[in-house]
Design a protein around this ligand. Sequence first.
Ligand code: PXP
Length: 248
Amino acid sequence: MADERLRLGVNIDHVATLRNARGGALPDPVRAALMAQEAGADGITAHLREDRRHIRDDDIWALMEATSVPLNFEMAATDEMQRIALRHKPHAVCIVPEKREERTTEGGLDVAKDERQLADFITPLRDAGCRVSLFVAADRAQIDSAARIGAAVVELHTGAYCDFVAEGETAKASAELGRLREMSAHAHSLGLEVHAGHGLSYDTVQSVAAFPELRELNIGHFLIGEAVFCGLTEAIAEMRRLMDEARA
Ligand code: PXP
């Protein structure tokens, strides 16, 4: 299993964050997506937030028009986002929790609590041919619920692990990594495809990439930040190299 090539989805949201800081058209997220594709990204990820703080509606069309790799459309479970997803029919839809006041996606979905609503919500997306993923913490109850409602994928939230590493909380980081590893195996045993993402950097990617069941990582903020110093192509190439090394 570990020899299957781990896919890298590059999240280009924060190119749009920079663009929106000045309100113009530059830097262009589509240009970043094309560059990422050229550099070996297996997919492009973009999160259309309710407040449109980075990606805007027209970016989704433009990304789908311009790129040839699959688009992973991140969205909250709202009627508005469902309508947009059904209009575009991207390759993949990743449902994430969203709070207006948060700086980034802080936790995973509470699939266990909202099981019936989420089941109804994802059915039309699945019927439209979108691969539906649920963004969850490394929590057995959430993963069991995701499997019960027929999600194809769970994306495990690596944010807590990455925060512990950044804060030098070694014991907590190791405990969280253990939970992620265990839940990756558990999700796979239930027939779910396993992805992971949030907060990953060169320092944290390898320990997660080594989970044998993992099929895809979605990485954004670190790569766009690193691109300021070495360019997007080089940042993606180095991430790819680290991922491949971890799988070897
Ligand atoms: N995966 C999901 C579901 C996300 O919501 C995000 C952030 O938008 C990412 C991955 C990428 O996180 P980061 O930008 O911290 O790499």
